[in-house]
Ligand binder design. Structure first.
Ligand code: SF4
Ligand code: SF4
Length: 158
């Protein structure tokens, strides 16, 4: 009997929370409808994935490697600064000699393991060549296996 009362209490508590949110949001929407500006806005439901909330300009999303103008080769000079600064140790860079003497080094292998990345953006800040950015706006990176979260040179240059 006591368990039944507990269940009933929880149902009523949940209904009260729903009613409270509904009322508060309705008040804010009504005020806005009549032109009253309030600091807080009423909550809206975004019909994801058909509709998407715009990301702030500085949002850190999926990484990408920049290409050189003209040649299309990676702008990265394999200096390893991003790999050194990464707190999650999820960047691997291997260097080869670049045929261009002004560039000297290029990455033969550049891998980011996003399953370990904490999206801190340190790698982007550390890059002296502006070769690595997190401005793709891609936030859906779910995969069915961890290997799918390994982004190599080819994927990062896309
Ligand atoms: S965002 Fe942070 S954790 Fe992710 S790869 Fe860059 S430095 Fe490492
Ligand atoms: S992405 Fe930037 S910091 Fe990382 S190895 Fe290339 S040039 Fe250096």
């Amino acid at each position: 009997m006591r368990q039944a009362w507990t269940v009933l209490f929880e149902i009523l508590r949940g209904a009260w929370i729903t009613f409270r949110h509904f009322t508060v949001n309705m008040v804010f929407h009504t005020l806005r409808f009549f032109g009253v500006r309030t600091k807080r806005r009423g909550a809206v439901t975004i019909q994801y994935p058909e509709a998407r909330k715009p990301l702030p300009p500085r949002h850190r999303s999926l990484h990408r490697l920049m290409k050189r103008e003209g040649s299309g080769r990676p702008r990265c000079v394999a200096c390893m600064l991003c790999a050194t600064v990464c707190p999650s140790e999820c960047i691997t860079v291997e260097a080869v000699e670049d045929p261009d003497p002004d560039v000297q080094k290029a990455p033969s292998r550049f891998v980011i393991d996003l399953s370990r990345c904490c999206f801190c953006g340190f790698c982007v800040e550390a890059c002296p060549e502006d070769a690595l950015r997190m401005d793709t706006g891609v936030v859906e990176m779910a995969e069915t296996d961890r290997g799918g979260l390994t982004y190599d040179l080819e994927r990062l240059l896309r």
